[in-house]
Write a protein that binds this ligand. Structure first.
Ligand SMILES: *Cc1c(COP(=O)(O)O)cnc(C)c1O
Length: 347
């Protein structure tokens, strides 16, 4: 096969990933796992798992069984949990793969009792999210008796806000822990970790902050950017004074303006909401985005980058908290939306 280099790459900083995990692990909780669902938030679940397992992370979480299957074989001494539990069509995978379901309803508990061959499981209890999980009264009613529960989980709905719901969920979770025996208890995602050590329990489950997202202000200065989208310049041209650039002619050159066209567009997850706010850099020089984002192309004003030329790489502005604030997309969407045309390049 001919090796054709992609004109789009996602540069990934493994040292930053590991540094973020270590910082999160130090904030509370006896152990710190990693949520690697949605292909490791778009960065590449297998590589994320490999780097974090080498750093000492032992507990990983994906959403469904096809994600679990794609991660086989697992590194040594690593446990994988499947957050969506077991639907009727998941039982073959759940019996075959070395991963645990996180049972999410009385129905799933029944299914696992009947078909799980006594294998260990995790259980999700709902303490206020009303998404997945047994209600506390269901969990305490004997429905779970006799199950080999490895980890009992709950999930915080508003941990990234100063909401009274956090303390309410913490109290509700403590009450569940007192009633339901499990080997370990786990409550906090990235933002939950930042609420303080009370939320840590035996195991924390960060996702976003591992990948450079800032879940709460207290993480600022500790969490490092991991993912750097980069796109090649296809051509450099001059938009003459009075001419417009791109679909809809939304940008007009006030003077003769050097423009570079980069090999990236909304089909790569670089959505049209970046128009007017987006930018890129080349060797420290800033190139503001101009006009609309096209499917495969984006134009940048190269007035401040006189040497930017065809074939050069642009580093797209992707500081998650500030791009999220400006674009209206969440930090989660900014990561998970990055498309398949980016070559994931770990350094
Ligand atoms: C996605 C997820 C996490 C990780 O959440 P972040 O906000 O990305 O840290 C933890 N627990 C559960 C149940 C999840 O679904």
């Amino acid at each position: 096969m001919i090796d054709i280099a992609s004109p789009l790459r996602l540069r990934l900083d493994s040292a930053a990933l590991v540094s973020n995990w270590r910082w999160l692990a130090a904030q509370g909780g006896k152990a710190c796992g990693a949520a690697i669902k949605a292909n490791g938030y778009g960065l590449g679940a297998r590589e994320v798992m490999r780097h974090l397992a080498a750093a000492g992370c032992r507990d990983f979480f994906v959403a469904n069984w096809s994600e679990a299957a794609a991660l086989m074989p697992l590194p040594d001494d690593v446990a994988l949990s499947v957050l969506h539990g077991v639907g009727a069509s998941d039982m073959v995978a759940a019996r075959t793969l070395p991963a645990r379901p996180v049972l999410c309803s009385v129905e799933q508990v029944r299914r696992w009792r009947e078909g799980g061959e006594g294998r260990p499981c995790d259980v999700m209890v709902d303490t206020g999210m009303n998404r997945l999980g047994l209600r506390p009264e269901e969990a305490a009613s004997g429905a779970l008796e006799g199950l080999a529960i490895e980890t009992l989980l709950s999930h915080l709905a508003s941990a990234d806000e100063d909401s009274e719901q956090n303390a309410r969920q913490l109290a509700a979770f403590r009450a569940v822990c007192a009633q339901v025996p499990a080997r370990r208890y786990s409550l906090a995602n990235s933002a939950g970790i930042c609420l303080g050590p009370d939320y840590g329990f035996d195991l924390t489950r960060p996702g976003l902050a591992l990948y450079g997202g800032i879940p709460r202000a207290s993480a600022d200065g500790h969490i490092r950017q991991v993912a750097y989208p980069e796109a090649r310049i296809i051509q450099r041209r001059v938009a003459r004074a009075g001419e417009t650039v791109g679909y809809g002619a939304t940008w007009t050159a006030q003077r003769d303006t050097p423009v570079v066209i980069a090999n990236m567009g909304y089909a790569d997850g670089y959505l049209r909401c970046h128009a007017g706010i987006g930018g890129a850099t080349r060797e420290g020089q800033a190139l503001p985005l101009i006009g609309r984002v096209s499917m495969d192309l984006t134009a940048f004003d190269a007035s401040g980058a006189p040497d930017a030329a065809e074939g050069d790489w642009l580093t797209i502005d992707y500081d998650l908290p500030s791009v999220a604030a400006q674009s209206g997309l969440s930090q989660y969407e900014l990561l998970t939306g990055l498309g398949a045309r980016f070559a994931r390049v770990w350094e």
